[in-house]
Design a protein around this ligand. Sequence first.
Ligand SMILES: *Cc1c(COP(=O)(O)O)cnc(C)c1O
Length: 238
Amino acid sequence: MNDTSTIAARIARLRQRIDALTLAAGRPAGSVGLLPVSKTFGVDAILEAAAAGMTRFGENKAQEIRDKAGALAGTGVQWVMIGHLQTNKAKDVARHADEIQSLDRPELALALERRLQAEGRSLTALVQVKTADEPGKFGLDPAELHDFLLFLARETPRLRVRGLMTLAANDPDRQAVRACFRRLRELRDSLRERHIGGIELERLSMGMSGDYDLAIEEGSTEVRIGSAIFGDRSYTPT
Ligand SMILES: *Cc1c(COP(=O)(O)O)cnc(C)c1O
């Protein structure tokens, strides 16, 4: 097995590529973070990535966060929820995650707030916005973002809102993908100036294994990478 096939080597190569793309886009060095997405992969793979310096891991199921948090307790690994969350599973995320990037509706925010209060915890949060006109995609309608931020500022003090997240269109046309990323950045820029409820929208989570180059060009501050680090998943993500 050659070196480039290890998780550590893939992370190193990816980090170099991200840094090169960041500079090529005229952006400051180090301004794009890497969130490894470990969904469907086991604790051994996560420990390998942790040994390579990764501390936060993205997961898209509350149950999987709960199980892995149990298995990796005491290792310092932190969990970031990036998938659709049902309100009746808010408890697992409130208890085990450090961040949620898929906050997309008031009922979920209130369910999390209530659970966080019970746990005596708080969560960093990004609002997931729907930038692609595809049925079945989750995320808040951009037209509702202003009011939702106002709602969060007033009603959910245990959610520290720091920015926005999106999934681009699942489209072979790279221009359509780029348009989604651009849309999120423009939305952020227009809202940021207004400091709604004192919320700072400094973060933009966008870009995955197949499109992170475009996302970085369009202003992403962190890319969420699964298969380019851990390999192909054996079942389809939801
Ligand atoms: C699975 C997933 C990713 C990573 O996808 P890859 O194509 O494997 O890099 C990123 N974001 C979300 C929300 C995901 O569910």
